[in-house]
Design a protein around this ligand. Structure first.
Ligand code: ZN
Length: 258
């Protein structure tokens, strides 16, 4: 079985004590590729360390995370843009708007998001979008910007039927993570209207662990729980669910897995 974890912050200090073991567990579970979303200027170097250590498996993204859009966001964007244009990246991410914790930089978040969408269109790279309490703002902005050059994924998708149909119209993918395994999740119902060729798997490690690992640190090996739940929802077996989602992720991020 070959799986791709399309969203995992494996470079964070939560993994400093057992990173090699954690990677081995994931590879033993069938995970062949790990997309690493950047957060801000300070996460670039630990992320690139992982790329050097696992060059066949780790695929870095570049971008400024919305909750890190603060007073210094112009300096951050400048440095992140330089890194993006001079480096080797597979996506712009993670980017978006998050009005859950703090709305005081809402305008700046929007500005940063639009600038980074522009980079994606220019470079022909997909975007990994983070949205919280901001679905309509985000969808309006992406719809206005979409001129056929934008592609990407709504990471940790937990929206409803309306959001799903707008994302389908945009030609984007749905990043499905641990939330789909939660008892109270409404995702299984919404997924009925989402064709399986638009689904990619993600863990968002170290956050959002799937059942039965809730309350613990999440890691990429746990992606098999997400794949298994999706196989149930799509009435298929785990092998074909893995194969389809891996094909989808390979197509979106233009990566090949052995
Ligand atoms: Zn993330």
């Amino acid at each position: 079985m070959k799986l791709i974890d399309t969203h995992a912050h494996l470079y964070l200090e939560e993994f400093d004590n057992d990173r090699a073991d954690m990677m081995q567990r994931a590879m033993d579970a069938g995970v062949k590729a790990f997309l690493l979303p950047n957060i801000d200027v300070s996460s670039i170097s630990p992320m690139l360390d992982m790329r050097r250590r696992w060059p066949e498996n780790c695929f870095p993204m570049m971008g400024l995370h919305p909750t890190y859009v603060k007073e210094d966001y112009k300096v951050q964007l400048d440095r992140i843009g330089n890194e993006l244009f001079s480096g080797n990246y597979y996506a712009i991410g993670e980017i978006g708007i998050d009005l859950y914790w703090d709305t005081s930089f809402a305008r700046q978040q929007e500005e940063a998001f639009l600038e980074q969408l522009g980079w994606a269109a220019h470079l022909g790279l997909p975007v990994a979008i983070h949205t919280r309490e901001a679905f309509h703002v985000i969808l309006d902005l992406v719809e206005k910007t979409q001129d056929g050059r934008l592609s990407g994924v709504f990471h940790c998708f937990t929206g409803g039927a309306n959001e799903a149909s707008r994302i389908l119209d945009l030609g984007f993918y749905f990043g499905i993570g641990g939330v789909v395994t939660y008892k109270k999740s409404t995702l299984p119902e919404v997924l009925q209207q989402i064709p399986v060729d638009r689904i990619v798997l993600e863990t968002d490690s170290p956050y959002l662990p799937p059942v039965p690992h809730r309350g613990k640190r999440n890691e990429s090996a746990f992606i098999t729980e997400i794949n298994a739940r999706l196989a149930e929802i799509y009435s298929t077996n785990v092998e074909s669910m893995a194969q389809i989602t891996t094909q989808n992720a390979s197509r979106l991020f233009k990566i090949e897995v052995q």
